[in-house]
Write a protein that binds this ligand. Sequence first.
Ligand SMILES: [Zn+2]
Length: 213
Amino acid sequence: MTARPSPNCGPRRDGLTPSLVVLHYTAMHSAEAAIERLCDPAAEVSAHYLISITGAVTMMVPEDKRAWHAGAGSWRGQDDINSRSIGIELDNLGNHPFAESQMASLETLLQAIMTRWGIAANGVIGHSDMAPGRKIDPGPHFDWARLARQGLAAQTVAQSPETVDEDSFASRAHAAGYPQDTPFETLLATTRLRSAPWRGGPLTHADYTLPSI
Ligand SMILES: [Zn+2]
C-alpha cells in the first residue's frame, strides 16, 4: 500500500466512527488521474482508498478522518454518510468489468476494515444505494454477489410480498435502508443494481430480492 495524503478531509462529526463502507468507481481513464483529482484542494473531493485495476492500493485519508466521497444522501435513515463511512474508489470507467486483481485487493482491504471497525456485511454499500438518482456507482458491472458469498456485503434475499405494487415495494426497500424520498422508478432501478443489474421492465415479484437488513 502506498500513501498519497489528500488535504480534502476533516474530523468526523459528533464523534462518529465508521459503521459503513461506501464503494465507488472513479469514472476516470487512469488511477493516477483519479488520485491527482482526489488530492486536489480545488476539487474538494477525496476517498480513504483507491484501488487500481492491477490491485494496487493507495491510501489518501486516514480511516479515523472524514473523507469527502459520499455527498448528499442517506442510508437506514441516517445522513452525513461521510462521517459514518470509509470510502473506497475503484479505478473503473463504469462501462466494463472490474479486474480480478482489483477485486482480490478490495476483498483483502474490506476484510481488514470490517474487522478494525466492527462493520457487518450489511454495512458495505454502493454510492448508488445511499444517493439513488444522483449516483449509479459502482454500477451494473460490479459483482456484489461475489462479495456477499464471502460475507463482505449483504446477501440479497427473496421476499414473499402479499401484493406486488409500488407501495409495498417502496416500504420494503426503505426497510432495507434505501432513502425514503426516492421516486419509485429510481428506487426500482437502484435496487436492481444490487440484485439484477440487467433487468428492465415493470416491477415484478423477483424485484423483492433486496439486501438483507
Ligand atoms: Zn461515487
